[in-house]
Design a protein. Structure first.
Length: 408
């Protein structure tokens, strides 16, 4: 099987509109969560989110196109452009050997929310003819491919908050087995709109710390009360080692292994015995041919929900034990939860940490819960030597995915 390497990265998220800005704000532990500014949220029980503020689509995307695609697809194009430029890849002559897999948990929900209001207030004849393609969860993947004339395998992955790690794994699988030489993979999400906020709030999934937005996302802390909705995108360029070396690409990291399974337990609650999350990490380690002792960082799913964080902490203990040299952190402490795009954005964060020699802290971690306190949780940004890290992503429906990435 072919080795899979990473040669490009791009992101837009609440703490960075590009890779450089993202890296600096990770080090500073900058929190991108605040009062919702994109609409009036006063009548909602949750009034806070991790927004990409000051984003003007026309500064990145053709004006005509930007009006025909949802915000989540706009984010995908922005992240893809940076990743492709970062990789210095030329697609000419290899268009049919390039896969595009851009995941989304919820697709064009902002468009759906707005067009539903148009339908109710102004009638069926005023609904946009672009509504259906704008809301489809596969459209970001399709538009990225159209923009760069890429004709290889193209699809989206929808597995809630595990979606973009599944995208990484599936892109790597296609390369490993020789179906393609290159894969543009990642995820995009934009669901900061009244209906999604109301829906997640009704599930009691969101933090209601409306008066202290900067303190709302607090993975592993005893005072956590739910996650904070966020938006953005992340894209990675995967290549076979052979193809990357042939074109003298700058290799950033290697995808060493991955695991995928399901709890088969509940709509939204994780398995109370952490069986699925434990097993998926063991799968990814076995696939990578690495022992637990060879992992230096676990980039957690840890969303800041009371049950989810506790069970992930237990799973980490099941796999790694109480290791004081294993760094454990969650990027959601800074960005909030990007749902289907969370996994890839957090993977990018961990690659930056590995390549730049640091681990970012979690500023709201004031008192870890009993189980999490047994882990080496990173409270303040510090220097660190990371050779390999494991990234977890778990989604409603019981979906579990882990990926192991290391130095090349």
């Amino acid at each position: 099987m072919k080795r899979v390497v990473i040669t490009g990265m791009g992101t837009i998220n609440p703490i960075g509109k590009n890779i450089s800005e993202f890296s600096e704000n990770l080090k500073k532990m900058h929190i991108g969560i605040d009062k919702i500014s994109s609409f009036n949220a006063e009548n909602l029980p949750v009034k806070i989110a991790g927004e990409v503020t000051g984003f003007v689509p026309e500064e990145y995307i053709d004006k005509k196109l930007s009006k025909r695609i949802d915000r989540y697809t706009q984010f995908a194009l922005v992240a893809a452009k940076e990743a492709i430029e970062n990789s210095k890849i030329n697609f000419e002559g290899i268009e049919e050997r390039v896969a595009v897999i851009v995941a989304s948990g919820m697709g064009g929900f902002i468009t759906l929310d707005k067009q539903n209001d148009v339908f109710k207030e102004r009638g069926a004849n005023r609904v946009s003819p672009f509504m259906i393609p704008m809301i489809l969860s596969n459209m970001a993947s399709g538009v990225v491919a159209m923009n760069y004339k890429l004709k290889g395998p193209n699809f989206s992955v929808v597995s809630a908050c595990a979606s973009s790690v599944h995208a990484i794994a599936l892109g790597a699988l296609l390369i490993r087995h020789g179906y393609v030489d290159v894969a543009v993979v990642g995820g995009a999400e934009a669901t900061i709109a009244p209906l999604p906020i109301a829906g997640f709030a009704a599930m009691k999934a969101l933090s209601t710390r409306n008066d202290e937005p900067k303190k709302a996302s607090r993975p592993f802390d005893v005072e956590r009360d739910g996650f904070v909705m966020a938006e953005g995108a992340g894209i990675l360029i995967l290549e076979s080692e052979e193809f990357a070396k042939k074109r003298n690409a700058n290799i950033l990291a290697q995808v060493k292994g991955f695991g995928m399974n399901d709890d088969a337990y509940h709509f939204s609650a994780p398995d109370p015995q952490s069986k699925g999350s434990t097993s998926v990490m063991l799968q990814s380690l076995k696939d990578a041919n690495l022992s637990p002792d060879e992992i230096d960082l676990v980039s957690c799913h840890a969303t800041s929900t009371p049950v989810g964080d506790e069970l992930e902490a237990q799973a980490i203990l099941n796999v790694f034990g109480e290791r004081n040299n294993l760094f454990v952190n969650s990027t959601k402490a800074l960005t909030g939860h990007l749902l289907g795009a969370a996994g890839v954005v957090e993977t990018i964060a961990a690659i930056l940490e590995m390549n730049e020699g640091f681990v970012h802290g979690m500023p709201n971690l004031e008192k870890p819960d009993e189980i999490a306190s047994k882990l080496n949780l990173v409270k303040e940004t510090r220097e660190a030597k990371i050779n390999n890290f494991l990234k977890n992503s778990f989604g409603f429906g019981g979906h579990n995915a882990s990926v192991v990435i290391g130095r090349y």
